[in-house]
Every structure is written in C-alpha cells, then in structure tokens.
Design a protein around this ligand. Sequence first.
Ligand code: MG
Length: 122
Amino acid sequence: MGKDLSELTEIAKNFIDERDWRQFQTAKELAIGVSVEANELLELFQWNDGKELDKMLMSGDDQELSRKIKNETADVLFACLAMADHLNFDLEQAFTDKLKALGDRYKKEDVKGKVVKIPEYK
Ligand SMILES: [Mg+2]
C-alpha cells in the first residue's frame, strides 16, 4: 500500500528540516522550483516525436529515459509537497477540490472524447 499525500508531505518536511533548508524557502522560491522541475521533465521530450517516444516508453525499450522521467516527475512532486508544507495546506484536499471544479467545468457528457479549448467551452 502506498503512502497518501499527507504522509509524503511529512516525509518532504522532515527531509527539508533535517538539512535546515527551510531558511531558504519562500513561496516564490518554491513556485520557481515547481516550474523548473516541470521544465526539466519537459526537456526530456524536446525535439522528439511524442508518439514515437510513447511507443518506446510503453514497450520498455528506453529504460534510461524512463528512469529520467520518473526522477523528474518525483522532483515535481517534491516541489509541490514542499509548497503545501510551507504554506500549511492540505494538498490532498486541494487536489480533490480542483478535480471537482474541473469536473463541474468540463462535464463528461459535453467533452468526452473531445479536445476542448477553454475559450470555446463555456
Ligand atoms: Mg530535477
């Protein structure tokens, strides 16, 4: 059984405190961290065909790229957990609230199987 987000937030908090890194953290620095890590993930895909990469990744033909993707995705999560800890909010609840809002905005009966641009969808 995996850990829930509050347990992961506690692990991130302890990791930060054990290294005395809280002194360097502001919400701004953590937001930059989320973006930087997301872009490190994105960089792994740059100049490659998305469908070809998916084929390689799904078939297990590129273990090194898979490892890098997992690593950068974990970095993004760590940055998000650090933000939740810093601002003392429940990331699990924030995620649940966000998904509810998205579900209300993009009703499945209206958008199922469609790519919808926000200005075109009310
Ligand atoms: Mg990284």
